[in-house]
Design a protein around this ligand. Structure first.
Ligand SMILES: [Zn+2]
Length: 520
């Protein structure tokens, strides 16, 4: 006789999520807010499922550009970075992002970790002293080869680089080219989406050069001093990338060992090379495992134009939050972009989306369901007395949405996950039209059927709150309150359909979750 096997105990799942640390020579904008929104959504998704989740962000504070920006502001670099770093932190806090640690590269722990890793790599023979002459762009803080220049100028800054010749320390990056290629070959999803993996493979078709990792103090003092030569400070990338290690090390060696191999770095495509080439080779030299995934997203344009101060089209997260609410801003950015591709931000399109998807589709379902529940049953949830095919179809639509969300978030297809939830919301709105509880309610004999229909609709709302919670956390919490569910009720495991509301459970009167916005 076949015996039923007990469900396999679920292996503890973990994820370590990082944003880039933001360079403190600019303020938070649409691009950095987008990275934060993606990471916050993915972190909430994993926490909701009980996974051991650590989410880290912070600020990058050393280097020429910061020293120059501080000088321009008439401040000491430390004073300047304290001020700008605090702007980032307070902006992200106001946005409600649930990072576990905010790291600054001027933190004492970080300085210690960078020096430790430098000493280790130096002792292993992978750092050497040498003389180097090259074309240097101060704006980029890097040397350029003739081939990389456009008409003899930096492709980013359109300025002619200066010839600089000096003695420096070099990281033997070239020695790791084959190992890096072997890793990329063995782990096709190490860098995703695939277009960026292909870019990196193309880069690696050329011989990899060694990386200059020091700056003489005669030229720059605002940096971490090399542990083996006090005349030099550390090149800003060799310093900044190590933040990912520092932030996790604090949790102790055991959790570091468990979480480090689950590292998921999220970056915009402009910093692909440091993360896809410098960082893995640095990790190899330091004897640490590579990250699980490097997740690369595209750029946002605004009304089809590159965002810039001079064009006056910089989109600031706090302005958007004040005008539309954080959830609406989150929804639109996640819904209107495909991870990895560039996307265009238009405020008019944002208003259309808010009205159609949030005010009409979700908002109407909430207000219609809760107002009928009040009118016919004073808010008291009724038992389900029968299951008709249309009831089963509704339940199935939400089961499908749940499966889709699970798959799509793991594949970083966040817009598809939202589409799946909104398909189910559409289905629920059609279910109201199809079953017409407002007509049935006129017949006293049909009251049990009306109670059943509304119970099913409340289940749809309950499921929508659970599934939407990582994406629209405030809305989901408000919905849970309306449904009189404890906020913890949004965490998995979730009750089966029809089991969430016990007899006598009373839901609240409707409120407008998303008021319609009149287009300007
Ligand atoms: Zn440049």
């Amino acid at each position: 006789m076949p015996t039923e096997r007990p469900p396999a105990a679920r292996a503890p799942r973990r994820i370590y999520i990082t944003t880039p640390i933001y360079y403190v020579n600019a303020e938070p904008h649409l691009g950095s807010a987008y990275t934060m929104i993606i990471c916050d959504t993915v972190a909430r998704f994993h926490r909701q499922r009980g996974d051991d989740t650590i989410f880290v962000t912070g600020t990058d504070e050393h280097g020429d550009k910061i020293a120059q920006a501080a000088a321009a502001a008439g401040e000491h670099p430390q004073q300047y970075t304290d001020r700008v770093s605090a702007v980032f932190r307070s902006t992200w806090d106001a946005c409600g992002f649930t990072y576990d640690r905010f790291i600054r590269t001027t933190d004492a722990e970080h300085v210690r970790t960078v020096r430790e890793i430098l000493a280790r790599v130096h002792a292993a023979g992978d750092i050497y002293f040498g003389r180097y002459g090259g074309l240097y762009c101060t704006g980029c803080e890097r040397f350029y080869t003739e081939k990389e220049l456009v008409d003899g100028k930096c492709p980013d800054h359109r300025t002619a680089p200066e010839w600089i010749e000096e003695e420096n320390y070099f990281f033997r990056m070239s020695a790791y080219q084959h190992r890096l290629l072997a890793e990329l070959d063995a782990r096709p999803d190490l860098i995703r989406p695939e277009r960026y993996r292909n870019e990196v493979l193309a880069l690696l078709r050329e011989p990899l050069e060694d990386l200059c990792i020091s700056r003489p103090k005669s030229r720059l003092t605002w940096g971490i001093e090399l542990p083996f030569d006090e005349r030099f400070v550390t090149y800003v990338w060799f310093d900044a990338l190590i933040n990912y290690v520092t932030a996790l090390e604090e949790l102790g060696p055991e959790r570091f060992a468990a979480l480090w191999p689950t590292a998921n770095h999220f970056i915009a495509k402009d910093i692909l090379k440091p993360h896809a080439v410098f960082w893995p080779t640095m990790l190899m030299a330091a004897g640490l495992p590579l990250y699980q995934h490097l997740n690369v997203h595209g750029y946002w344009t605004v009304d089809g134009e590159k965002m810039s101060k001079s064009l006056g089209n910089v989109v600031r997260p706090l302005d958007m939050r004040a005008r539309y609410g954080m959830d609406a801003f989150r929804y639109v950015l996640l819904r209107e972009s495909v991870f990895g591709l560039d996307a265009d931000f238009r405020e008019a399109a944002l208003v259309t989306r808010i009205n159609a998807d949030l005010a009409n589709n979700l908002g109407n379902l909430v207000s219609r369901t809760l107002s009928m529940q009040q009118r016919y049953f004073q808010g008291v949830v009724q038992p389900r007395t029968e299951v008709r095919p249309e009831d089963e179809a509704l339940e199935r639509a939400w089961a499908d949405a749940e499966g889709e969300v699970e798959t799509q978030v793991r594949a970083l297809a966040l817009s598809r996950a939202l589409e799946a939830i909104w398909r189910a919301l559409d289905h629920a709105n059609k279910y109201i039209v199809e079953t017409a509880p407002f007509t049935l309610a006129k017949d006293p004999a049909a009251r049990p059927r009306v109670g059943t229909i509304l119970h099913n609709l409340l289940e749809a709302l309950r499921t929508s709150a659970q599934l939407a919670s990582p994406f629209l956390p405030d809305t989901a919490a408000r919905l849970a309150t309306l449904l009189a569910l404890p906020p913890a009720g949004l965490a998995a495991p979730w009750p089966a359909w029809g089991r969430a509301f016990v007899p006598g459970h009373t839901v609240a009167s409707p409120v407008a979750l998303f008021p319609r916005i009149e287009p300007a």
